[in-house]
Design a protein around this ligand. Structure first.
Ligand SMILES: Cc1cc2nc3c(=O)[nH]c(=O)nc-3n(C[C@H](O)[C@H](O)[C@H](O)COP(=O)(O)O)c2cc1C
Length: 534
């Protein structure tokens, strides 16, 4: 299929999975909560390796995460790999309410359904044999999936990669056709979670370029149908490479397919009785498979001043305490300086977490400001690139004022578009959810859609990954500021565009977020993530 027809297919998927005021995107009409898919993939028969925990041995402060040279890099070993997973994809707490018990993880997930799986690929690590491992967050263990009995070719030194895959059915079980979007958001959050965790260890991370979806599936063995009989398939997403010095040469991928070895374990079935099938998810996944291509495109990113974070609390505490707020108090205000700082942390910079992102920013923020001290309530826009600022000025409603808030830092491209009480509008647009109106502000992430996807439809995934990464930064920055955020996947797509005067394919709002002062539900008990750990 040509890229042009793939674009049409991607657009058709995106368009049909919009929530409209008159009807939601197609999803199950009823849900049997007792038949929720198992949130934990396992490979029976694969040898398990317990991972160590950070305990009190990680001393990195949250403020140091943004300064690449502030954290001395730890060596690659089982303990540091344990910390990497513990602070990214691991369970952060169990929750209990009456007979219900559920796990939360450091990475958030739409509906807490966690479609993202993590695979470690490594060579030359002390106390861990070379191979491919699947991470099971429930037990904080690695399952060895591939054991190269001969060295991969070429074998030279230490390599550490984590691949991410998605199990679409976990999200589709609840959300139907829109689920592919949520899986992609969750990948973006996981990229962010892994980038922060690596920064806490003093490591750098990059997305491996020139890797097709097909090759990634081969590398981590998720193309092996014989190991997934009766089990839900996994979709390859991307591969992250970890390194300890800031300017490492690209290391070759392990040549697993050239090495002799054995694949171990059989995937479990997560949902023995799936009630629905949503073929458009398979179709959009196929239309957005990666060819072996580079991500980088040339675009000059302005040199913003380095970000300074004043919260010196332990990084692992902030990371583990990240939660989605379920209710906000609807009255507290946020200081303008904290608001500006949170937005500033979303601008691309050559430091964590944005140094993991190889493409120019393609997402910009449409803000509904409700309660920020010193700022008029109303509609605002933050353009994350100069070219987008120009384009948005020409595209958004002509009557917008484009005023700079008087005390806004000079480099922060924030503009007020209109003064208004937009609490009710924000709530309605976010599927009538009160969290969008009861916080300090909520926002929509506006993607450069048509220009990005026209000749590279696979970048549909990248747009959502960038959105998830923005979301992860917002979650952690909100925690660091003593407040709380929540990702919002449920919003009415075109009515959001209408408020800002957008039509056509050029821009699409692809994720929403809200930040406010959280109210706790004291009826829900919080229990430790790994009560039986030794
Ligand atoms: C992509 C995405 C979309 C989400 N959409 C909503 C939403 O529309 N409404 C909501 O209340 N929470 C939403 N959430 C929050 C999740 O419900 C939450 O992450 C999940 O229950 C796990 O809880 P935790 O974030 O506290 O770990 C979303 C989260 C993500 C990552």
């Amino acid at each position: 299929m040509t890229d042009a027809s793939n674009y049409d297919q991607v657009w058709a998927y995106h368009n049909r999975t919009k929530h409209r005021l008159e009807r939601y995107a197609a999803s199950p009409e009823t849900l049997d909560w007792t038949s929720q898919p198992n949130p934990f993939r396992e490979f029976s028969g694969a040898p398990k390796i317990s991972l160590p925990f950070a305990d009190s041995q990680l001393t990195t402060a949250f403020a140091d995460l943004y300064q690449p040279s502030a954290v001395s890099p730890q060596g690659f070993n089982l303990h540091s790999i344990g910390i990497l997973f513990e602070l990214s994809l691991a369970i952060s707490a169990w929750k209990e309410y009456g007979p219900d018990r559920w796990a939360l993880r450091c990475n958030p997930s739409s509906g807490n359904l966690h479609p993202t799986e993590g695979y470690l690929l490594c060579t030359g690590i002390p106390d861990l044999s070379d191979g491919v491992y699947h991470y099971v967050s429930r037990d904080h263990v690695l399952e060895q999936r591939f054991n190269p009995v001969s060295n991969p070719v070429p074998s030279d030194g230490t390599k550490l990669f984590i691949a991410l895959s998605s199990i679409h059915w976990r999200e589709a079980w609840k959300y139907g056709e829109r689920a592919f979007r949520y899986c992609q958001h969750d990948v973006g959050h996981a990229i962010g979670a892994l980038r922060y965790a690596a920064a806490a260890l003093g490591w750098s991370v990059r997305i491996v370029q020139n890797l097709s979806s097909e090759r990634l599936a081969e590398l981590i063995g998720i193309n092996r149908n014989q190991d997934f009989i009766g089990a839900e398939q996994e979709e390859p997403e991307l591969l992250l490479e970890f390194y300890t010095n800031t300017a490492a040469d690209l290391v070759p991928l392990p040549g697993w397919e050239l090495a002799q070895g054995e694949w171990l374990g059989l995937a479990n079935t997560l949902d023995p009785h799936p009630m629905y099938h949503w073929p458009v998810i398979d179709e959009v996944a196929a239309a957005t498979q990666y060819p072996a291509t580079v991500w980088k495109t040339t675009q000059t990113i302005p040199a913003y001043p380095p970000i300074t974070q004043s919260n010196n609390a332990a990084a692992d505490v902030i990371i583990r305490q990240r939660r989605s707020a379920q209710h906000f108090d609807g009255k507290s205000t946020l200081s303008a300086s904290v608001f500006y700082h949170i937005l500033d942390s979303l601008l691309p910079r050559p430091a964590p977490p944005w140094d993991v992102w190889p493409s120019p920013p393609r997402l910009h923020l449409l803000l509904f400001v409700h309660r920020v001290h010193g700022l008029s309530p109303g509609l605002y826009v933050l353009a994350r690139s100069r070219s987008a600022e120009t384009q948005l000025k020409a595209t958004l409603k002509p009557e917008f004022s484009w005023l700079r808030p008087h005390d806004c830092p000079e480099h922060l491209p924030l503009y007020q578009l209109a003064t208004a009480d937009c609490t009710q509008a924000a709530r309605t647009l976010s599927c009538h959810q009160a969290i969008a109106s009861h916080g300090f502000f909520s926002l929509g992430m506006l993607a450069e859609f048509k220009a990005t996807l026209n000749d590279s439809p696979w970048r549909y995934r990248e747009l959502f990954w960038e959105a998830g990464l923005i979301g992860q930064v917002l979650y952690l920055e909100a925690e660091a500021a003593g407040v709380r955020g929540t990702g919002i996947g449920c919003y009415f797509d075109d009515p959001v565009h209408d408020v800002f005067g957008l039509s056509g394919h050029s821009f699409q709002s692809i994720y929403h977020f809200t930040v406010g002062y959280p109210l706790q539900d004291n009826r829900i008990m919080t229990l430790p993530p790994y009560p039986d750990r030794t």
